[in-house]
Design a protein around this ligand. Structure first.
Ligand code: 6GU
Length: 257
């Protein structure tokens, strides 16, 4: 997968060199290109923002640098993908992190993981001039997504979140053990059930014993116990998910266990 990110803080994205995503890059599974938005400004101050039409607090990101940056990203990326025989005239799916976007869910991560090319446009300030998003949508699929109901200072941290969620779904990025575990919930782990508690050795620690069933070797009982713990956890932490539970789905899982 190719990923382009246009930002005024490329250094904010340094963590993309670490751990799972860093290894996926080193192994060539992820081809990430960072671009500095200010490279597409034309004034001596390299200005990327201006006051909002209609008044109000804060600043809005100017359309011209974003337009030029996206033009360049599209041109370079398409050229490179064509050069590697990966399709002529390709366009990325443009992901715009914004608190006013649709929720970024595991389902959306899965959809994005199936794409060959993603471009991210994280904003600072009050956001990007709307015309940039509209014009981009004439040329490529655009997804505006929020990582939760709180406001960050900018979209860069959301890019880190989204890239990590997508990267771990790419074939060959995670170890086998983990990928199989995710498969055990049809719609993907976390779809509507939270994971219960986990334990490792020693069997007793500071007077606290590991639940006996986990030492029983009875895989059917263990699966049932884990599912019950997951129900309890979800009821306590995320009662909003309980409405999505469908008995049939869990019964099917039960027979498999
Ligand atoms: Cl994607 N961006 C910003 N700035 N704040 C957020 C967000 C994104 N998602 C939740 N809060």
């Amino acid at each position: 997968m190719r990923i382009d990110v246009v930002t005024i803080f490329p250094e904010y994205l340094e963590p993309l060199n670490v751990s799972l995503v860093g290894k996926a890059r080193a192994r060539g599974r992820l081809d990430i290109h960072l671009h500095h938005l200010r490279d597409w400004t034309t004034d001596v101050h390299r200005t990327v923002d201006d006051t909002p039409y209609g008044g109000g607090p804060g600043m809005v990101m100017k359309p011209e640098p974003w337009g030029a940056a996206l033009d360049a990203v599209l041109e370079r990326g398409a050229e490179e993908l064509a050069g590697r025989g990966l399709g002529e005239g390709a366009v990325p799916t443009l992901v715009v992190p914004t608190p006013s976007g649709r929720p970024f869910t595991q389902e959306l991560a899965q959809r994005l993981a199936a794409e060959p090319w993603l471009a991210f446009a994280p904003a600072r300030y009050e956001g990007i001039d709307r015309r940039v998003i509209e014009e981009a949508a004439d040329r490529m699929p655009v997804v505006e997504a929020s990582i939760g109901d709180y406001v960050l200072a900018g979209g860069e941290v959301a890019v880190l979140v989204m890239v990590e969620a997508v990267a771990r779904l790419l074939p060959g990025v995670l170890g086998n053990a983990e990928s199989h575990r995710d498969d055990s919930f049809a719609a993907g782990a976390m779809a509507d059930l939270l994971e219960g508690p986990v334990y490792t050795k020693p069997a007793e620690w500071r007077g606290r014993a590991v639940p006996e069933v986990l030492l029983s070797g009875n895989h059917g009982l263990i699966a049932r116990w884990r599912r019950e713990q997951a129900f309890r956890r979800t009821l306590a932490m995320r009662p909003d998910l309980v409405g999505r539970w469908e008995k049939a789905a869990f019964d099917k899982h039960d027979r498999k266990a």
